[in-house]
Design a protein around this ligand. Structure first.
Ligand SMILES: Nc1ncnc2c1ncn2[C@@H]1O[C@H](COP(=O)(O)OP(=O)(O)OP(=O)(O)O)[C@@H](O)[C@H]1O
Ligand SMILES: [Mg+2]
Length: 477
């Protein structure tokens, strides 16, 4: 875990003193860089990393005391050790008051110096360790927010962790409410860019005419109402991440500008000529069928390929099997806490109802359903009657699934269609298996077999309970 210790910066205008400090420190294994004046020291501090500064109080030009106060402004966390000429209490107090971590008065023994330096090295190590622990805690927390143990969701968490370390552009494709924004946020939080800004822009929510100026900024007078210069959100995201949500809704002219930005990191503000450059990692998402948008000439194919360096496809909730229950319990805990309720669990009948719904609104719909149930429920556990009658939602089902080439096999598509058909017929027949089987022209036994295979459970089978099989996986994405 321990990272190599950066060098000590030694500042002394007396060449012999510089050399002897350097020798003592290097003999002890420290890396050392030394300069003869405060001005050079400040230049180095601006660019390079050091774990401490040792400076003489009296230098030609800027004094060691002035260097100390400038260094504290530049790098508040960097310890500075002052070497003073005489051991007077007044100078010692002055040094400490100015922010020095310690002081040594000449002449001093090498052990005194090494003792002070060792304390600073230890402090540096502790600070580093703390920072890396904090970073790992943030990473774990953001990954933990992605609930689910189905193979696809496990894979997705693993991919977030791997891809977050790179600067590759990411394209997230998936139905509404499948967690695209959650993934984008986790990618930033797990990345080395986490300390810089995460900027989110919803391309569909901002009028087309304003989106370019929002993204890339504008110069004063660029258009009516542009009273002063405004930097773009890409500049706000410098060294960080920008998340372009609903990118499928971006106009073609702006797509061209975005493509150029992605190619070489350059852009110009609206109404400006100056070519600006910024280092930003881009994540884009859409719930539109992007291939269809390309076919209809609404989305540039070259931009698609440029965005599509790494692709995430969070699966629809109906394909995550018993993750539905894990998520429902997760939301139950959240809403119990926010509404000061103490609902213990979700009743088996309610669980079955959740498992057999088609979830056209995916995880967002499930979250809303649990929120509503927590508000309504007066029993100690969530009952099936506190869940909505899913008929209305069922009518929202998408007839044809967005087909992204390579993500669905024919078997998976057929399974989705079969599931839709069975759920609808079951609902028409108030969950009566015999009537449903008759209408589908199969035996009751064959219907039960198919329902089990598709992880469908009938809550109120009027004739007989279905065997429990909530853990069974359904077709993957
Ligand atoms: N795997 C998950 N674990 C926990 N919460 C989730 C998960 N997936 C989604 N959610 C929650 O569901 C809600 C919707 O997720 P999100 O906004 O990320 O979806 P989206 O794909 O961006 O939807 P849209 O296309 O409508 O913008 C959020 O409250 C999010 O926190
Ligand atoms: Mg979203």
């Amino acid at each position: 875990m321990s990272m190599p210790l950066p060098p000590v910066l030694v500042v002394d205008d007396d060449k012999n003193m510089r050399l002897s400090l350097q020798t003592v420190l290097e003999d002890e294994g420290y890396a050392v860089r030394s300069v003869s004046n405060a001005e050079d020291a400040l230049k180095l501090l601006d660019h390079d990393k050091f774990f401490m500064v040792i400076t003489d109080g009296h230098l030609g030009g800027m004094t060691g005391y002035e260097l100390l106060s400038q260094a504290r402004r530049l790098r508040p966390e960097l310890p500075v050790l002052l070497i003073t000429a005489y051991a007077t209490p007044k100078l010692a107090v002055e040094a400490i008051k100015a922010g020095a971590i310690d002081y040594l008065s000449k002449p001093f023994e090498p052990e005194e110096l090494l003792h002070a330096v060792a304390r600073c090295a230890e402090r540096h190590r502790l600070l580093q360790e703390n920072a890396s622990l904090r970073a790992r805690a943030v990473e774990a927390a953001s990954l933990d927010q992605i609930i689910g143990e189905s193979p696809k969701v496990r894979e997705l968490r693993q991919l977030v962790q791997t891809v977050a370390r790179s600067t590759a552009t990411v394209l997230i494709l998936g139905e509404s409410g499948t967690g695209k924004e959650l993934i984008a946020g986790a990618l930033h939080s797990c990345s080395p860019r986490r300390a810089a800004h995460y900027v989110r822009i919803n391309c569909a929510a901002i009028p087309e005419a304003l989106l370019e100026s929002e993204l890339f900024g504008h110069e004063k007078g660029a258009f009516t109402g542009a009273l002063k210069q405004k930097p773009g959100r890409v500049e706000e995201a410098a060294s960080g991440t920008i998340f372009l949500d609903e990118i499928g809704d971006m106009s073609r002219p702006l797509q061209a500008k975005l493509l150029r930005f992605l190619e070489d990191g350059t852009f110009t503000r609206v109404g400006g000529n100056e070519e600006l450059r910024v280092d930003v990692r881009l994540i884009a998402a859409t719930n539109r069928d992007i291939i269809d948008a390309i076919r209809q000439n609404q989305f540039r194919e070259d931009l698609f390929h440029r965005l599509n360096v790494v692709q995430f496809c969070p699966p629809p909730l109906r394909e995550r099997g018993s993750d539905i229950l894990l998520l429902a319990e997760h939301f139950l805990r959240i809403f119990n806490a926010t509404m000061a309720k103490q609902l213990e669990r979700i009743s088996p009948a309610a669980q079955q109802k959740l498992l057999s719904h088609h979830w056209p609104g995916n995880v967002r719909e499930l979250r809303n359903v649990i929120e509503r149930a927590v508000i309504l429920e007066s029993a100690p556990e969530i009952q099936a009657r506190s869940l909505p009658d899913f008929h209305l939602e069922t009518r929202l089902r998408k007839g044809d699934l967005p087909i992204v080439p390579g993500t669905h096999s024919i078997d998976e598509l057929m399974a989705n269609y079969e599931r839709d058909l069975i759920v609808q017929t079951l609902e028409l027949n108030k969950n009566n298996l015999t009537k449903t089987a008759e209408q589908l022209k199969i035996s009751r036994h064959a219907l039960r077999y198919r329902m089990q295979r598709l992880n469908l459970q009938s809550e109120h089978d009027t004739e007989e309970e279905l065997p429990q099989n909530p853990g069974k996986e359904v077709t993957p994405c």
